[in-house]
Design a protein around this ligand. Structure first.
Ligand SMILES: Nc1ncnc2c1ncn2[C@@H]1O[C@H](COP(=O)(O)OP(=O)(O)OP(=O)(O)O)[C@@H](O)[C@H]1O
Length: 816
């Protein structure tokens, strides 16, 4: 059997020396790999290679004890000739043994790595054809050999004359006998089992000459018997070796059926296909596709081998802080590694803009060694954006999922579904409904894009979603995701992020070096507090970019002058060889004055204390999808008829909170000695009240401003100033209770950013404080309140009249 024809395996193959299982052409076998040579082969050939060719390897069965396949084997100088060629290498004993064997060239269709219980890989290999080793080219780090193909590959791919069909001699007889025996075996099995039915169909379409290999790999045979089939180079001999094995299997099944018939309640046909098909997955149709694919596509499937320690280091190197998120991401990756499956919850990172959600997604892809693709979902309101258009439309095209796969060119990328909370809806359907199918691991193995109109397997794609808030994510979609909250950063964290990541990145992007621009650690807090007000670090990054641009101009000017001082030839050399501007003598240091020159006058001032200088102003804390915010509440009163005016774009819930606050204050006016303009005990008598929430263009809603409105009005009616360093949040009831609210972490971070010293919050929110960074907890004084009396007492210096003594609870002082 000499190889001829179009389809050839590579003439040089890396060899996998296996101790378990024998790979026969046409079968698929799972091999566990842990010896040093084989591990090298997987890492350097299968995982690094990107072409289909690099997934073809030679499998040489080695029946020796695996323990002996170590690198310190005794080596022999091999002077054997093999197929007429001298073997020029010094070979280990095990290699000499292996060399005498025939092997099977196969395609690695899957590589799965694990570190538990020890580092190893599991390979799924589909056998293509026999080969013999002509000469060894190298022994380390893995064995590479010059090989000679022994079987033709075309027999699987092109309908051609069957070598045995026309043979009237012994071979024809043998092959017919073998075929009939195979039909008999299948007849004894349960056809309702898909793999049996599939094999029955294949039996007629396969060339007879392939049957011994296929059948021997499927029936119960020992490795020794399979080796005999592998070693049989003549077809006749192969039939002769495999036929007794097949007959034995039939006899065994007959016996089994007989014993089952003897017990009346067990008359069903043999369905124990599992025992018969111990190693086998029939792969012929795939094989045909794969061999053809070799000519057109270089895309292969790589399953990661993930090292959790390396993943941790990578995530730590890329991102400062975010400990909780990083821990959860590592847990998620570790579980996937142990399960070696991709099914699992879809992670959804929820947090304000610029806190690193997208960049963590990018790091995960790097950690897994996969392609990364971001799909922006903001404003998508047509389901064909996800699923594609039907081809009947002019200008139709595939959806974003299929387009993304086309862009990355592999079927297992990390897809970041950015801003799932901003999906729209329109007459053209609901894109969220299409996403349901994409994100459901039970359904997405057969995702159908309207444009392609064939099912596509998305189960290898790792989806990660990001959002600013969960409130607007459709519930069915949210249900399929595991939400990981990413809160904003404290000032100290931002300083660290700036110096570890943002400044070096911006220097790099602007072609500057630390020798040219230096932003001292003492300047960064000023950039953060005076020029940005955000939960994340995106504006901070922009400001640093602006500083870099300004400095780049200076550096370029200096260089220009310097270049003119040079002789022409030197000048030419500078132009040729310097891709970065030459450093000026001293780095340009950005101090407070330089900062003002470059960025202009400060955009934000520490305005809290200045604005709380009149009675009738209080500071609240609000949550928005952009993070926490401080929120002033102002009240004024004038002669009138008890009217309440509310301004500042308030929602219904907030308006109701204002009415509640007024009702509670009127009901408790005597206790707290609150008066109207003429000194009467009903604060609203002959008085109009105007409540305003500044930043009038921004819509505000929610119940959490309740305590702030009460405090603001109490200040107005009593004429006393609210403490200038206090901010508060909490819902109120008509009876004066303080109820818990959401977003505490973001709100407290906002208070901390604004320089507030005391935060009043509902008692039932005390547990949320544990999630705050230690330095924030240490810098703030937390007062937890169960009723409005406690809130008022903590908001005014020296407590609030009427409640002191009776309502000043010792627990008002935080124990944190
Ligand atoms: N903890 C961090 N360590 C280092 N860099 C960070 C960190 N957090 C954010 N960054 C940097 O801030 C920038 C903005 O981050 P990114 O684009 O990931 O934000 P995002 O949360 O996805 O925002 P959006 O919701 O607007 O998409 C990036 O350059 C990122 O590298």
């Amino acid at each position: 059997m000499v190889s001829s024809g179009a389809i050839q395996i590579p003439s040089r193959l890396p060899l996998l020396l296996t101790h378990e299982g024998v790979l026969l052409p046409g079968s698929t076998v799972r091999f566990s790999v842990d010896s040093p040579r084989n591990m090298h082969l997987v890492r350097e050939r299968l995982l690094k290679g990107t072409s289909l060719k690099s997934t073809i390897i030679g499998v040489i069965p080695n029946t020796r004890d695996p323990e002996h396949d170590t690198d310190d084997l005794p080596t022999l100088h091999n002077e054997l000739l093999f197929n007429g060629h001298p073997l020029r290498h010094t070979l280990s004993f095990s290699l000499c043994v292996c060399l005498c064997r025939i092997g099977t060239a196969g395609i690695a269709v899957q590589v799965v790595g694990s570190n538990w219980p020890k580092p190893h890989y599991t390979l799924l290999i589909t056998g293509l054809c026999r080969f013999s080793v002509s000469s060894l080219l190298k022994e380390r780090p893995f064995v590479l050999a010059e090989v000679k193909q022994l079987d033709q590959l075309e027999r699987y791919t092109t309908p051609q004359r069957d070598a045995t069909a026309t043979d009237d001699g012994e071979l024809g007889e043998l092959s017919e006998k073998f075929y009939q025996a195979a039909v008999q075996l299948l007849g004894m099995l349960d056809m309702s089992v898909p793999v049996v039915a599939k094999f029955r169909r294949l039996l007629d379409s396969l060339p007879r000459e392939t049957l011994p290999d296929v059948v021997a790999s499927m029936i119960r045979t020992s490795n020794k018997e399979k080796l005999q089939v592998l070693d049989a180079l003549s077809l006749e001999e192969r039939f002769k070796k495999a036929l007794p094995m097949l007959t034995r299997q039939i006899e065994g099944l007959k016996l089994l059926q007989k014993t089952r018939k003897m017990s009346p309640d067990n008359e069903k046909r043999v369905t124990d296909v599992q025992s018969l098909y111990a190693y086998t997955v029939i792969y012929f149709p795939n094989l045909v596709d794969r061999v053809h694919l070799a000519a057109v596509s270089e895309v292969i499937t790589k399953v990661y081998c993930l090292d959790i320690r390396a993943a941790r280091t990578l995530l730590d190197n890329d991102h400062y802080a975010m400990d909780k998120l990083k821990r959860r991401v590592l847990e998620y990756l570790a579980v996937r590694q142990l399960k070696t499956s991709l099914k699992g919850p879809i992670l959804c990172f929820v947090g304000p803009p610029g806190v690193g959600k997208t960049s963590v997604g990018r790091s995960i892809a790097r950690t897994l060694g996969r392609e990364f693709h971001r799909i922006a979902l903001g404003g998508v309101c047509d389901q064909s954006d996800i699923r594609g258009h039907r081809r009947t439309y002019v200008g139709s095209m595939p959806g974003r999922i299929i387009n993304g796969l086309k862009t990355v060119g592999v079927n297992n990328p990390v897809f970041l579904l950015d801003e799932v909370d901003k999906l729209g809806k329109s007459l053209q359907g609901d894109p969220a409904a299409a996403l349901l199918e994409v994100l459901d691991p039970e359904q997405n193995h057969s995702f159908t894009d309207h444009y392609l109109n064939v099912a596509f397997d998305l189960s290898q794609v790792l989806f990660i979603a990001t959002a600013n808030t969960t409130a607007t994510i459709p519930p069915a979609l949210l249900d399929r995701m595991e939400v990981l909250e990413v809160p904003g950063y404290t000032q100290e964290e931002k300083v660290e992020i700036a110096h570890r990541h943002l400044i070096p990145n911006q220097l790099e992007q602007h072609g500057l070096t630390p020798q040219q621009l230096h932003i001292p650690q003492s300047t960064t807090p000023d950039i953060i507090s005076r020029y940005t007000r955000e939960a994340g670090v995106r504006s901070l990054e922009r400001k640093i970019g602006a500083i870099c641009r300004a400095v780049a101009v200076k550096v370029a000017e200096v260089n220009h002058t310097a270049v003119f001082d040079l002789a022409f030839s030197e000048c030419f050399a500078v132009c040729l060889f310097s891709d970065k501007a030459a450093p000026p003598e001293l780095p340009i240091v950005i101090d407070h004055i330089a900062l003002k020159d470059i960025l202009g006058p400060p955009v934000f001032e520490m305005e809290v204390s200045e604005r709380l200088t009149l009675p009738g102003v209080a500071l609240g804390l609000a949550w928005t999808p952009l993070g926490g915010e401080i929120m002033f509440v102002e009240a004024s009163r004038m002669e009138g008829e008890g009217q309440l005016t509310l301004t500042g774009q308030l929602g219904d819930v907030m308006k109701e909170s204002a009415h509640l606050a007024i009702s509670w204050l009127r009901a408790n006016a005597k206790t707290y000695q609150l008066t109207n303009m003429v000194g009467g005990s009903d604060p609203l008598e002959g008085t109009d009240i105007h409540l305003h929430f500044p930043a009038g263009a921004v819509t505000k809603d929610g119940p959490s401003a309740g305590v702030t409105i009460v405090t603001c009005l109490a200040s107005l009616f009593s004429g006393r100033l609210v403490r200038s360093d206090v901010a508060m949040t909490g819902e109120i009831t008509l009876r004066g209770l303080v109820l818990p609210v959401g977003g505490i972490k973001d709100k407290v971070l906002a208070a901390h950013r604004a320089g507030v010293k005391r935060v009043i919050l509902p008692k039932r929110n005390e547990k949320d404080l544990e999630e705050l960074p230690a330095n924030v907890r240490a810098n703030l004084d937390f007062i937890t309140a169960t009723n409005l009396g406690e809130v008022l007492n903590a908001s005014f210096d020296g407590g609030f009249p009427g409640v002191s003594g009776t309502r000043a609870h010792p627990q008002l002082t935080s124990k944190l």
